[in-house]
Design a protein around this ligand. Structure first.
Ligand code: FDA
Length: 408
């Protein structure tokens, strides 16, 4: 049976990076993945250009950009491997990049460049790579009582059995099952008694009851900047981003971001004309304009939205001067505090990430090793650490991978 220092399961962002780093420290590393291709999520990320990190990440305040039971857990790893470190690595590999909106960094050419870089890092570390390769069974042999024999893991795969003193689980979350996502990491955690936080889709479009949504379904494809909030007063979360109407509900960065904070059954509140004092603007227009209300409204929101909104009340279908004051107040309130309760989300087939996962209380924040199970490590998205949209999830994958690789 072949013996390795470490076996890394999952050749995605975290697994590839961890394997390469550990190999370059001189360890014998086996990286395996059940899918045909490596890093499918990197390949499809950022519209094919991979939003690989975010310059605005503040490792001293991870709660600003990360969600989970204990966002402070990721502080140590994020401080020791920063966006600047990953940028320096890209530059060593000659990969050009650029900044877009809100600190988000993308590869200039293609996400394939980042995958090629991670594979080159693995090659530089002499990593053995088995793919496709499925794990059938894992058994832990505890260290001998006299200390002469260290603990180790026997990993049975469809390419034979191997043994290693360290086992790194980098199998990611549940989103996009058709490109290889599985619950393997969570099942393995359960096998070793590692607690889990309940999972649900994050960074996901939200859906609404068909009949209630009918007046808005015609707006599918429309995008506009909004301010969106959820949560009770003390824990209110707000984003200012673009909203996208879909046939079944709402999407776009605003909704993807808020979905990670939204509790099923809770309302969302949306300001459809952020930065505009809509009541004052409408009252002023009533004095000056002869146009229909919908045409006036189109100064501050897209005209398709203005038309659809005005169609909801006969009071709103009149020329400005004839709209009763009460109807203007009602309109301003509805557009600036549009309260709606999603019935659900588009689920893992559309979610970018999985919220919840391996309970961080069971892991060392320095190394990602299980406190109660020597030699077993969890890194990347399988852990209950979820970043905002905008490169934060990849930065967590890189940082947790490095924290683990340095400890193997
Ligand atoms: P990842 O999912 O990358 O890798 C897990 C690996 O484990 C896969 O290769 C899988 O095949 C393998 N695996 C699973 N089960 C297995 C089993 N039973 N046996 C063996 N192998 C198994 N983030 C970001 O920061 N910027 C972005 O631009 C985007 N864009 C984006 C777009 C889309 C469409 C999605 C779905 C997601 C994103 N993300 C993102 C999120 C990001 O892709 C994600 O958080 C990281 O890929 C997580 O890295 P991991 O290595 O933990 O899992």
């Amino acid at each position: 049976m072949e013996i390795f220092d470490a076996v890394v399961i999952g050749a995605g962002a975290a697994g590839l990076f961890c394997a390469g780093q550990a190999g370059q420290r001189g360890l014998r590393v086996l990286l395996l993945d059940h899918a045909d291709k490596v890093a499918e999520k990197i390949r499809i990320s950022g519209g094919g250009r991979c939003n690989f990190t975010n310059r605005d990440l503040d490792p001293r305040a991870p709660h600003k950009h990360f969600v989970g039971q204990n966002p402070q857990f990721c502080r140590s790893a994020l401080s020791r491997y920063t966006p600047q470190d990953f940028i320096a690595l890209l530059e060593r590999h000659g990969i050009a990049w650029h900044e877009k909106h809100k600190g988000q960094l993308f590869a200039d050419r293609s996400a394939e460049d980042i995958i090629a870089m991670l594979l080159a890092e693995c090659a530089a570390g002499g990593v053995t790579h088995w793919q496709p390769c499925s794990v059938k069974n894992i058994v832990f042999s505890a260290p001998s009582a006299d200390g002469t024999c260290a603990g180790s893991y026997k990993i049975d795969t469809d390419r034979g059995a191997v043994r290693a003193r360290s086992l790194v689980v980098a199998t990611g979350g549940l989103s996009i099952p058709k490109i290889g996502a599985t619950d393997f990491g969570y099942r393995l955690a359960q096998q070793f008694g590692v607690p889990l936080i309940e999972r649900r889709p994050g960074l996901v479009p939200l859906t609404f009851d068909g009949a209630a949504w009918a007046p808005y379904a015609q707006l599918a494809g429309l995008a506009l900047p909004v301010e969106i909030s959820t949560g009770a007063k003390k824990e209110r979360t707000t984003f200012q981003e673009d909203l996208l109407f879909t046939h079944r509900g709402l999407s776009g960065p605003a909704v993807l971001q808020i979905s990670s904070y939204w509790e099923p059954g809770a309302p969302l509140s949306i300001h459809l004309a952020p930065g505009v004092d809509l009541l004052a603007a409408l009252a002023d227009a009533k004095l000056r304009s002869r146009k229909l209300l919908a045409n006036v409204l189109a100064q501050w929101v897209p005209s398709r939205l203005a038309d659809a909104w005005a169609a909801q009340s006969s009071d709103w279908q009149r020329p400005m001067a004839e709209v009763p004051d009460k109807a203007l107040v009602r309109l301003a309130e509805r557009l600036t505090r549009w309260e709606l309760v999603p019935t659900g989300s588009e689920g893992y087939k559309k979610a970018e990430v999985t919220l919840g996962g391996v309970d961080t209380r069971a892991l060392s924040q320095q190394t990602m090793e299980c406190k109660a199970q020597p030699g077993l490590y969890f890194i990347g998205e399988v852990v209950d650490v979820t970043g905002w949209l905008g490169g934060y999830n990849f930065q967590w994958a890189w940082a947790s991978a490095v924290a683990c690789a340095q400890a193997l």
